[in-house]
Design a protein around this ligand. Structure first.
Ligand SMILES: [Zn+2]
Length: 215
C-alpha cells in the first residue's frame, strides 16, 4: 500500500508514501498538528503532546515520523546511515517561505550533518500539470527564487516538486542524493486522495508519508 523510492531503499531506509496508516507494530508513528507553518521540531517516541508543526525530526532509534498530505508535497530526509529521520509537509506557503531550509538547518545545527550526508525524497503531490495558483504566489516565487522563475513555472501553475529540488540544489545537496516520486495526486485518483479534487481533508482520508530511523 506504500510507494517507496529506490534512493532510500538502496540505503535500507524504511519509509513510505501511502493511503493507510503504517503497519501497527512496535515502532510508533509520531505526527504533528499541521498548520501550514515553518516549524520543524524534534520529537522522541515517548512524545507527550502532539506538537503543532509542519516538520518533525528524530534521532531516536527505530522511530517513525510522518506528515499527512493531500495535494501538498511531503518531503522526507535522512542521513546516509539512517540515524536521523525528518518528515516535512510543504504546501506552497511552506515551500516558498522556506520550510525545507528550516529542516536542513535543524539537521545541520543539531546533528552536525552537512549537505553531503543528506538524502532527500519528495513524495507525490499536485503536479505542475494541475497545481494552479494565484499570480501573487507566482510573484512571491519569482522574487524569492529568481533562478527558478520561468523555467519551471507555466501558465499560472506552480511546479512545487521542481521548486523544492531547486532549493535543495541551492542548499548544496548533491543531485544524486535527492529523488522524487513524481506522481500527481490530482491526475491519479486511483492512487491518491486529492484535497483539490475531493474537497475534504482529514486524517485517514489523506496520505501518510513516513520515514523511520534505523536501530
Ligand atoms: Zn496532474
Amino acid at each position: 500500500m506504500f510507494l517507496r523510492h529506490p534512493l532510500f531503499s538502496s540505503y535500507g531506509i524504511e519509509h513510505g508514501f501511502g493511503l493507510v496508516s503504517p503497519p501497527n507494530n512496535s515502532e510508533r508513528l509520531v505526527t504533528a498538528r499541521q498548520v501550514h507553518g515553518l516549524d520543524v521540531v524534534r520529537v522522541d517516541p515517548e512524545g507527550g503532546e502532539r506538537p503543532e508543526a509542519d516538520g518533525l525530526w528524530t534521532d531516536s532509534p527505530r522511530t517513525r515520523v510522518g506528515v499527512w498530505t493531500a495535494d501538498c508535497l511531503p518531503v522526507l530526509f535522512s542521513d546516509r546511515r539512517g540515524r536521523v529521520a525528518c518528515a516535512v509537509h510543504a504546501g506552497w506557503r511552506g515551500a516558498v517561505r522556506g520550510i525545507v531550509h528550516e529542516a536542513l538547518a535543524r539537521l545541520k545545527d543539531e546533528q552536525g550533518l552537512v549537505s553531503s550526508d543528506l538524502l532527500v525524497v519528495l513524495g507525490p503531490s499536485a503536479g505542475r500539470c494541475c497545481y494552479q495558483v494565484g499570480q501573487e504566489v507566482l510573484s512571491e516565487v519569482s522574487s524569492r527564487y529568481p533562478g527558478f522563475r520561468g523555467r519551471e513555472t507555466i501558465d499560472g501553475h506552480l511546479d512545487l516538486p521542481a521548486l523544492v529540488l531547486h532549493q535543495l540544489g541551492n542548499e548544496g545537496i548533491p543531485a544524486g542524493q535527492t529523488g522524487s516520486i513524481d506522481l500527481c495526486t490530482i491526475c491519479h485518483p486511483e492512487l491518491f486522495f486529492s484535497h483539490r479534487r475531493q474537497g475534504i481533508l482529514r486524517e485517514g482520508r489523506s496520505m501518510i508519508n513516513w520515514i523511520q530511523t534505523s536501530s
